[in-house]
Design a protein around this ligand. Structure first.
Ligand code: PNS
Length: 156
């Protein structure tokens, strides 16, 4: 069974993330969406809220499971038996960042691959940072997040 992890801070999980997860779910037998800590970023939603938003967004994707994890991604890969990490990339800046991350992870443990999926053009402007900015100015989140995630956020 081919297992992959789609890791991220997912603060919050956007429709851009969902597209990457759906494509990973077509390529792998099992996909773990892993909500993890990016030590460079200060969070807005707590882990339980991020998990709920990702779960609502991924509902109905049968081979997808949302988990939270601390520690290193390489250790999570080993623990779950994943052969690949899948990340979406929107532009050259993302590519540079993700290639460097892949090399660092490979330095620690070279037993899995990193697969980079280019974002669809129509979703490439979307980011969690953009969504947090919309929220700050109380603008609608429709088209940026899954409708069930928008509904959930409106009541927390
Ligand atoms: O969505 P992001 O913020 O780009 O995701 C980054 C994330 C959370 C995948 C990355 O920071 C990560 O893998 N964190 C776990 C700790 C780790 O393994 N760091 C890399 C080794 S230097």
């Amino acid at each position: 069974m081919k297992i992959c992890i789609v890791p991220g801070s997912f603060d919050p999980f956007t429709l851009g993330h969902l597209d990457v997860v759906k494509r990973a779910a077509d390529l792998f037998d099992k996909v773990y969406v892993a909500i993890m800590i990016n030590s460079q970023k200060k969070g807005m939603f707590d882990f339980a809220q991020r998990k709920r938003i990702a779960e609502l967004s991924c509902a109905g994707l049968e081979n997808v499971e949302v988990i939270t994890a601390d520690g290193l991604l390489v250790d999570l890969c080993r623990g779950l038996g994943a052969s690949a990490v899948v990340k979406g990339v929107r532009d050259a800046q993302d590519c540079t960042y993700e290639i460097n991350m892949a090399r660092m992870n490979g330095f620690i443990d070279g037993s899995f691959e990193t697969v980079l999926l280019p974002a669809k053009p129509e979703l490439s402007f979307l980011s969690s940072t953009f969504v947090r900015e919309l929220m700050k100015y109380e603008k609608p989140l429709d088209g940026a997040l899954h409708p069930d995630a928008v509904a959930y956020i409106s009541v927390i």
